[in-house]
Design a protein around this ligand. Structure first.
Ligand code: ADP
Ligand code: MG
Length: 706
């Protein structure tokens, strides 16, 4: 048995003293705590210093958690409209508090003494200047004073249901004590090698788990936190780097050894511009991968408009030159169709068979297409996620390109690998959402990364301004001017999460208002939103692309990738409702031609501080990487991890926002160790290998899907 398997910690949580079947049920449901170990590894998220007391007169904010010492003056049972309550008057040195109980009244009344000295602790309500604490923790002062000084009390994440089941913070602390009562230190064996612990001055694993729950000094708290954070990041990095190395060793890829006719003819006859230095460099990096015999997993990062599509196209031509099929997958129907159209255009006359597949391709047409694909008569298949569905079978898929990766999850990526049973296809993932370094290292730590850090020449910076409703008349005037110059304009409305109906109303209202100022037949407006049929959406989009309409009124469905170089004005309504990366994406729809472009961020007068900061960031910079960093700061890493749907990362304690330094250290150490000892087979690394085996039992699968 692996030494990390502890019978005690693996026992069902039900059997822990103080739990039992009913509470076990709640712990499972609310916290995904199934075993005693699960509860032990559920750490406090903060601590309260219970040596500090508040003065009642200083309590100013509703919801503040306070600890006050004083005298219990009187208790009174009050019959309210709906329920009885026990109300107590509590006097501190600087004022009064009301303590209120709705439940357990009898017991509380009997256990408290009028005139006694107590310490109360809880969240304050302030109503009409009166301060009260509902259901406070209350302990006799003498008992509190008898406790050891400097006691940090751990605070655990809780939910209403847990509290109702008597699993409030205090009870949770007790359960942890119960665990330690029966816990042998050997059940938390060390998982880091001694040399590493010494070098980094880390406390032992067993020590860290004890201290994280019950530190008695700041030093202990910090030692525990440092150790646990390092461990979380370090093992993740070990796994990511190792799985990348393993994949390179064990997963062969098609060898694209020659540059053939398709690539060469395209390059000399069709390529409408000179590649930027960055594009050339990245094409080279990709070619090296594709010729190496090892399956490629590469992430291509490049700001909006940096020309990633061309890099993707040239990689696809290499695949075809070497007798393989290839596909390009995009997150939306509009974007996929646009790729398809532009590919047809670029490749006209070269004899490349290109086809399109999405949910809208149905019936006989679909059947024929699938047959041609299976027979190898299609070279390039462009489409939506319909491409990865099971009935889609390639004859010989050699390279898959995923555009705008942030909408695809790990599971979807892995489905692509199965599209070729003999030889795992190469995968190139292209994303326009620059990812802060820390996130890239965590979420894509197993991918090779290429960056296009240069925009095609001649681009003018987009002028971005923030305006409010009183600017509206000037805005209409400005739109007229730009249209008179032959330009086109986007007007984007936010997604309204509460109601799709509201969202549509918002959009159609906006559309109707614009019609007043831009009446037919002199002007034509397009409208696109998520609830339209794909064909209608496509038709509306097409009218705009062809310049038949001057204004495109849309929701964020146009966010990703759409390319209309003649559109030079992006107007965003209710900007405060958009996220930063979304705004950046939207702005990237303009500034694609030679004209000066504008992005006008409209907002109401009342917006939150965070909303204002987001807008301020947009006005200040056009640089996607800067925006990504700002986004991370404003949103917090947890939020980003949610949208990344990575499924790979789950931290207990680490906060990617504040723990960058630890992340960098852990990655560089992981790299160094694996560089010397790729299999972790050296005796000094025994702890690492056995712990990895314990935690990542499915390592081989991981190598395939990451
Ligand atoms: P993104 O990286 O956002 O996907 P695209 O591939 O859509 O960017 O390219 C944006 C625009 O820039 C397109 O109109 C494309 O034709 C053009 N473009 C790409 N590379 C170059 C280049 N080297 N020189 C000039 N224009 C380019
Ligand atoms: Mg693109």
């Amino acid at each position: 048995m692996n030494k990390y398997q502890s019978t005690y910690l693996n026992a069902s949580i039900e059997y822990l003293k103080g739990v039992g079947p009913a509470r076990a049920e709640v712990l499972k449901k609310e916290l995904q705590v199934f075993t005693i170990g699960d509860l032990l590894f559920h750490y406090p998220f903060r601590y309260v210093d219970k040596t500090q007391f508040h003065l009642i007169k200083d309590i100013k904010t509703e919801g503040e958690t306070v600890q006050v010492k004083g005298k219990l003056i009187s208790m009174e049972l009050i019959q309210g409209k709906k329920q009885k309550r026990l109300s107590a008057l509590f006097k501190g040195s600087s004022g009064f508090l009301e303590l209120v109980w709705f439940k357990g009244i009898k017991w509380i009344r009997e256990s408290l003494q009028e005139g006694g000295e107590y310490v109360v602790y809880g969240k304050v309500n302030i109503y009409g200047g009166k301060k009260s604490i509902p259901h406070p923790e209350i302990e006799p002062l003498s008992k509190v004073l008898a406790k050891k000084a400097n006691v940090y009390e751990p605070v655990y994440h809780s939910t209403e249901k847990l509290n109702l089941r008597g699993l409030d913070n205090k009870a949770r602390g007790k359960l942890i004590l119960n665990i330690f009562e029966k816990l042998n230190e050997s059940e938390i064996p060390e998982n880091l090698p001694d040399y590493l612990r010494q070098k980094l001055k880390l406390c032992s694993r067993a020590q860290s788990i004890r201290w994280i729950h019950m530190p008695s000094t700041e030093i202990e708290r910090k030692a525990a936190t440092d150790r646990i954070k390092f461990e979380e990041l370090f093992f993740l990095q070990l796994r990511l780097i190792q799985s990348n190395q393993l994949r390179k060793k064990t997963v062969p890829g098609a060898v694209f050894s020659k540059v053939g006719n398709f690539f060469n003819r395209f390059y000399s006859e069709k390529l409408p511009f000179t590649l930027t230095g960055a594009q050339k460099r990245v094409v080279k990096e990709i070619r090296a991968d594709l010729g190496s015999g090892v399956q490629m997993n590469r992430l291509l990062q490049g700001d909006v408009g940096s020309g990633k599509t061309m890099v993707g196209l040239m990689s696809m031509l290499l695949a075809i030159d070497n007798g393989y099929q290839t596909c390009m997958m995009a997150p939306t129907e509009i974007l996929a169709r646009q790729h398809y159209t532009s590919l047809l255009d670029y490749l006209s006359g070269l004899g490349v068979n290109t086809a399109f597949l999405s949910g809208t391709v149905k019936g006989k047409k679909r059947k024929e297409l699938l047959k041609m694909l299976a027979d190898g008569k299609i070279d390039i298949l462009v489409g939506t996620h319909a491409l990865i569905e099971d009935p889609v079978i390639f004859k010989n898929l050699g390279l898959a390109i995923i555009d705008e990766q942030h909408r695809f999850g790990v599971a979807q990526r892995s489905k692509l690998y199965d599209k070729n049973k003999r030889l795992t296809p190469h995968v190139l993932v292209m994303t326009a959402t620059p990812i802060p370094r820390t996130l890239a290292m965590t979420y894509y730590g197993d991918l090779d990364v290429s960056v296009i850090d240069e925009l095609p020449p001649g681009r003018k910076d987009i002028k971005t301004i923030h305006k409010r409703e009183n600017y509206r008349p000037r805005l209409i005037q400005f739109m007229h001017q730009e249209i008179a110059k032959g330009r086109q304009i986007y007007v984007v409305f936010p997604l309204i999460e509460e109601s799709a109906k509201l969202e549509l109303e918002n959009l159609t209202d906006g559309y109707d208002r614009l019609l007043e100022f831009f009446p037919r037949p002199d002007f034509q407006l397009s409208m696109v939103h998520g609830r339209m049929k794909a064909a209608d959406k496509e038709a509306e989009m097409q009218r705009f692309v062809e310049g038949k309409t001057q204004i495109m009124v849309a929701t964020t469905v146009i966010e990703v990738g759409v390319n209309v170089p003649n559109a030079s004005v992006m107007i965003i309504e209710n900007t405060e409702r958009f996220g930063l990366s979304q705004l950046h994406q939207l702005r990237g729809r303009v500034g694609r031609g030679a004209e000066q472009s504008y992005c006008i961020l409209m907002s109401s007068h009342k917006i939150s501080k965070v909303g204002l900061e987001r807008i301020g960031t947009m006005v200040r910079t056009n640089n996607g990487f800067e925006i990504a960093e700002a986004d991370l700061k404003l949103r917090g890493a947890g939020d980003i991890s949610g949208t990344q749907q990575s499924g790979a990362v789950d931290f207990n304690l680490v906060n990617l926002l504040t723990d960058q330094k630890i992340l960098e250290v852990s990655r560089s150490i992981a790299l160094k160790i694996l560089d010397k000892d790729p299999e972790l087979s050296a005796p000094i690394n025994k702890n690492l290998s056995s712990y990895m085996k314990h935690v990542y039992r499915v390592r081989r699968d991981w190598a395939m899907i990451s």
